[in-house]
Design a protein around this ligand. Structure first.
Ligand code: IDP
Length: 165
């Protein structure tokens, strides 16, 4: 009972995205789905989409002006992506851990079993995206799934989810 209450309290949503390089690799989706299952995430939403350059520029506006920005926005609008809204306790930090560090060199050495450690090609082509805080998750879920309301899910669906639906 106590454990259930603790887990329910920390239930979170996060955004996970397979970037264009991940979609082009035959094993990335398989590995990602296995991690979702093995780590008790629930897929709340999932869709395939492709960005125009303006979408990439808007999503990554915080990096505008950095040396990798142009490369990043070109890359993120270069092919299809798959986006997920995932739920579990501490979803944000747990997904970040499964994804691995941003820099592929670091991922390979510190987290070889992570998605970026296993499949990342370069610091730009690093396979996946995951929100880095609850605030980012809320904003990013809205960006990818404008029809989805985190507030409505928390009010209507979360109690059923907590009850083990
Ligand atoms: P994150 O994706 O791990 O949250 P951020 O710092 O938010 O990392 O960077 C966003 C994306 O920008 C990274 O996932 C990666 O694709 C790209 N990026 C970040 N730092 C570099 C870099 O030093 N060189 C090239 N690309 C980078």
């Amino acid at each position: 009972m106590l454990l259930t209450a603790r887990l329910a309290k920390a239930l979170q949503l996060t955004l996970a995205v397979v970037k264009p390089d991940g979609m082009a690799h035959p094993l990335v989706l398989e590995a990602l789905h296995q991690k979702i299952l093995d780590n008790s995430f629930v897929i709340v939403k999932c869709k395939d989409l492709a960005w125009k350059k303006q979408d990439s520029e808007k999503f990554y506006v915080e990096h505008a002006g950095r040396f990798f920005y142009q490369r990043l926005v070109e890359f993120m609008s270069s092919g299809p992506m798959r986006a997920y809204v995932l739920a579990r306790e501490d979803a944000v930090s747990h997904w970040r851990e499964l994804m691995g560090p941003t820099k592929v060199f670091r991922a390979i050495y510190t987290s070889p079993a992570s998605l970026r450690g296993q499949f990342g090609l370069t610091d730009t082509r690093n396979t996946t995206h995951g929100s880095d805080s609850m605030e980012s998750a809320r904003r990013e879920i809205g960006f990818f799934f404008p029809e989805f309301s985190v507030e409505a899910w928390m009010q209507q669906e979360e109690p059923a989810f907590r009850a083990g639906r």
